[in-house]
Structures are given as C-alpha cells and as structure tokens.
Design a protein around this ligand. Structure first.
Ligand SMILES: CC(C)(CO)C(=O)C(=O)O
Length: 316
C-alpha cells in the first residue's frame, strides 16, 4: 500500500526525517512557508543533508498552504514546528487533514498534545518525539552532526493497530531510526525530562555539553537539574520510567563532548526559543505542587532575559 506522507516544514527536523523517507522511496510532500520554498528554489530546488549517517541530496515535492487545494488525503502528517508556531501550523495543516489522517507531532514537551487533539480530534493525534541533533546552516542546508537520529511514534493510549504497523513498515527502511512505541506517553515524558535539563544547562553555560560535564562539580550539577525536574514531573503524575535519571546520566557521560541542544543553537543564531513551552510549563507545575525549583528558575530567568534582549534588538 502506498502511504501518503505530508511533512510540515522542510527545516532541520522535517527536512531531515522527510529526506530520509524520500531517500527510501516513500511518497513524501513537504508543506512549507513561502520563504523556505523560495530558498529551496534558489538552491535549484534541491535540499542538501550533510549527515554522519550518510549525506543525501534530494528534490522535494513542495506545496505551500496557498497552493494546497485540500483534495489530497494524507495518511500521515509529521509535524515538526516550533511550539511558538503551533497555532499557525495547525491553521496551515487544516485543509490537508482528512477523515483517516494521523498526525505525529515531534515537538518537545507535552502541552501541545491537548491543543492538537482539540484542533484535529483525539482519534487523529498520535504521540511522537525525535532524538536528533540537526540544524540548518545559512544556505538552508541540513547539518546533522551526530549519530542520534531517531523518531519514535505511537498511540497515546498505548498498544498498536494494523494501521500503525503499516506505518512502521513504511518508515522502516530508512537510514534514520523510526520506532513504533507502545508506551509513547512515557517516552515523551522521559524525553521532556531530558530536554528540560539539557536545554537549561546548555543555554545557561553557553558551551557544548563536554565543557559543562568536565568542569569541577559539573556532573553533580547536571544531576541536580535532572532530579529537580524529575521531582516536579513525578509530583504531577508523569509516568517517567524507573531509574530514568541514572539512564540519562550515562548518556551525559558518554555523548559527544560537542553535543548542543536545539535551544542553544537557536540562541546562538539569535532566534526565538521555546522556554515557555519547555521550562515555563514545568515551573507552572512546580507552583501548582508547591515545589521549590531554584535551578530551573535560574535557567528560565536566563531565557527570559534572552527574550528581552531579542525584543530590544528587534525594536532598534
Ligand atoms: C535530542 C535533542 C537534545 C537533540 O539535540 C533535542 O531534542 C533538542 O535539542 O531539541
């Protein structure tokens, strides 16, 4: 069966995973903003992936919301927008969501799930996440510098269906690792714990992970941020895996010393960041459960100051 795949965006994440699906011969269309379309057309209609997992250059099928007639029904949508573009992305996607379309969101965090369920209907929204280090350079090429290139998806209530098994098959033969999970809600909370901690420390210290972990007291500091975040999530009933902090601390000790988070990369480029969606939401939960969270407060304040600087710069 031909699976019709729509990828929202052809940027660092959508372009990477969508490109891997094109490479594997899948039927993929990219729904992009006019600016990105012009940039790709300016590059001869070509998107370049430079990746340690294999370079690939491809000519994507592009549509913009202005061009979409809404008559094609997609089996699945990969939604990789930033949290602050979520509402706009929902509006862009609406004409392309049919009765049987499934939406796999790849955003960090958890709050977007209920927003998507409201917009598209509970039965159409899956859970999803990606673990991939990827960024766009100023020519619009995708740079994917580490072996981490996994996309995980599954039903929010657990279990699986025939349709999901078919999707897993369609996704199965690519150079990226697509995994069907029967416990995606837990996977999403686990990843949320990881990204809250990693983005907090890397944006605070403004250096790749290696320097932070090798500094005096660095590992203890990182573990304290993990534990503070974990305690808030558990107080809120998050289904985190047992021993999850130990697992992530092993990752912290073994991952490339050059590792950077996407929030850190966005900051380096002077772009908008997802602090409210990631740290801000956890701090709201901390308040609700009366938990003091001094480390996350500090990380979040740093992000708020960055936002203020961005605002001042854009008013100049
Ligand atoms: C997995 C990780 C940490 C990769 O950089 C990520 O999701 C992010 O930075 O947003």
């Amino acid at each position: 069966m031909n699976t019709k795949i729509l990828v929202l965006g052809a940027g660092a994440i959508g372009g990477y995973f969508g490109g891997r699906l094109v490479e594997a011969g899948q039927d993929v269309t990219f729904l992009v903003r006019l600016n990105r379309k012009k940039q790709i057309e300016g590059n001869g209609g070509i998107v370049v992936i430079n990746s340690v997992n294999g370079n690939y250059t491809f000519k994507p099928t592009l549509i913009t919301k202005e061009e979409g007639d809404g008559n094609v029904e997609y089996d699945v949508v990969l939604l990789s927008s930033k949290s602050y573009h979520l509402q706009a992305s929902i509006e862009d996607l609406k004409p392309f969501i049919g009765k049987n379309t499934l939406v796999i969101p790849l955003l960090n965090g958890i709050q977007h799930i209920s927003i998507l369920e409201q917009a598209f209907g509970r039965e159409r929204v899956l859970g999803g996440l990606c673990v991939v280090e990827t960024t766009l350079n100023d020519k619009g090429e995708i740079h994917q510098p580490s072996e981490l290139n996994q996309l995980i998806f599954g039903q929010l209530d657990g279990g699986t269906t025939e349709k999901l098994n078919q999707l897993a098959q369609a996704f199965g033969s690519t150079k990226a690792k697509f995994t069907l999970s029967e416990s995606i809600t837990q996977d999403m909370w686990n990843k949320y714990l990881m990204i809250t901690t990693m983005s907090s420390i890397t944006t605070l210290m403004r250096t790749p992970l290696g320097t932070i972990r090798d500094s005096v007291g660095g590992l203890e500091f990182i573990e304290s941020v993990f534990k503070e975040t974990e305690s808030i999530m558990r107080a809120n009933g998050a289904p985190l895996s047992d021993g999850i902090v130990d697992r992530y601390m092993t990752l912290v000790k073994t991952i490339s010393s050059q590792f950077k988070t996407s929030m850190q990369r966005d900051m380096e480029k002077g772009l908008e960041i997802e602090g409210d969606h990631i740290q801000g939401y956890i701090l709201q939960l901390a308040k609700q459960h009366n938990i003091s969270a001094p480390l996350l407060r500090c990380a979040y304040q740093n992000l708020c100051v960055y936002n203020e600087m961005l605002k001042a710069r854009s008013n100049q």
